[in-house]
Design a protein around this ligand. Structure first.
Ligand code: NAD
Ligand code: UFG
Length: 337
């Protein structure tokens, strides 16, 4: 029996595949390459010595996706496929709703039809909106501020409704905090197109000389040094949480929600300092105005993931910076290098 991995050539999917293959799991991977490259499959093979079974399929193509179910014995799914850029989602809401929601509808219809009623879904800490306090627990109120976040919250609710209607389902919702870093081999990592939106990819490009300086978006937040605080998590730790989640899904039915973070918040300037310490590279920066929509602080209480999944993060911030830097130095132009 195989686990279907949607969006498997993306940043988090590729790292998860490496961990699942190491655990001896059988996989079938689908992606339409709208935000990733075919050579990721070669890199995964270089790391693991295994070639995963892959289909270039768009989740919006129901018939194309059904062929994958017909040709394989799928009994569960880890669902990464989705569009994820907050700013772009505000500019192109229909595209985001259509891709993320319709893709999930097609997927769930087929999982149900082929009796594979186990899904681990990539949600996000963005569903907590601007939390009233930190650390954030899974039972905090939910709200969103942009179409991307709205798709995550809507999918969470849809998956819950699917379970309510059919108790054979097992649904694990993983709410990721801020995934960064890369596999220690430097063969797979985050490959943003154009100017990076997120902090770490921007810093790595400053470190490699591709960009002149980092813009620190605001230093008047209500935090220890005025810059925004987030819960950064090594992508390999995050990947391992999926293995635990799928193992749990194989033994229980129901719907459950897990924060996947370290439980520690770091400010933008903490990250700059950690990066400099881990790599010996200077990161020039300038304080610039706030980025609209950013919040002061966001970090997880990850207790539930430890208690119910037996998962906790192993890597610290210096290892995250070291591995992100290693990936960037070995692949200055991402997978096109
Ligand atoms: P990514 O863009 O690197 O990977 C997503 C993959 O899905 C890409 O390879 C893309 O080509 C594929 N895809 C998108 N739409 C598709 C479709 N209709 N059919 C087939 N394939 C499709 O993103 P990532 O960082 O690996 O994120 C994976 C998931 O985790 C996403 O759902 C994202 O929203 C969620 N998430 C990411 C973060 C983050 O900061 N990276 C944080 C919270 C949640
Ligand atoms: N920041 C800068 N300069 C930059 C980029 C970011 O100062 O060039 C700051 C931001 O203001 C924020 C922190 O660095 O304080 C982190 O910003 P990111 O863009 O890296 O991450 P966010 O927390 O804003 O958002 C990320 C994902 C979202 C997801 C959210 C919660 O991009 O998709 O985490 O999971 F919803």
């Amino acid at each position: 029996m195989s686990i279907l991995i949607t969006g498997g050539t993306g940043f988090i999917g590729s790292h998860t595949i490496v961990e699942l293959l190491a655990a001896g799991r059988e996989l079938v991977v689908v992606d339409n390459f709208c935000n990733s490259k075919p050579c990721v499959l070669d890199r995964i093979e270089q790391i693991t010595g295994k070639r995963v079974k892959f289909y270039e399929v768009d989740l919006l193509d129901y018939d194309g996706l059904e062929k994958v179910f017909q040709e394989n014995e799928i009994d569960s799914c880890i669902h990464f496929a989705g569009l994820k850029a907050v700013g772009e989602s505000c500019a192109q809401p229909l595209r985001y709703y259509h891709n993320n929601l319709t893709g999930t509808f097609n997927l769930c219809a087929l999982l149900s039809k082929y009796g594979a009623k186990r899904i681990v879904f990539s949600s996000s800490a963005t569903v907590y909106g601007n939390p009233a306090s930190v650390p954030i627990r899974e039972d905090f109120p939910l709200s969103t501020t942009n179409p991307y976040g709205e798709t995550k919250l809507m999918i969470e609710r849809i998956l819950k409704d699917i379970y309510e209607a059919d108790h054979e389902w097992s649904v694990s919702i993983l709410r990721y905090f801020n995934p960064i870093g890369a596999h220690s081999s430097g063969l797979i990592g985050e490959d943003p197109q154009g100017i990076p939106n997120n902090l770490l990819p921007y810093i790595t490009q400053v470190a490699s000389g591709k960009r002149e300086f980092l813009s620190v978006f605001g230093n008047d937040y209500n935090t220890h040094d005025g810059t925004g605080v987030r819960d950064y998590i090594h992508v390999v730790d995050l990947a391992r949480a999926h293995l635990k989640a799928i193992e749990l899904a194989e033994t229980v039915t129901g719907v459950d929600y897990f924060n996947i973070g370290t439980g520690t918040g770091y400010s933008v300037l903490d990250i700059v300092n950690a990066y400099e310490k881990a790599t010996g590279k200077k990161i020039p920066y300038k304080i610039t105005p706030r980025r609209p929509g950013d919040i002061d602080m966001c970090y997880a209480d990850p207790t539930k993931a430890y208690e119910k999944l037996g998962w906790r993060a192993q890597y610290g911030i210096e290892e995250m910076c070291r591995d992100a830097n290693n990936w960037q130095m070995k692949n200055p132009n991402g997978y096109d290098s």
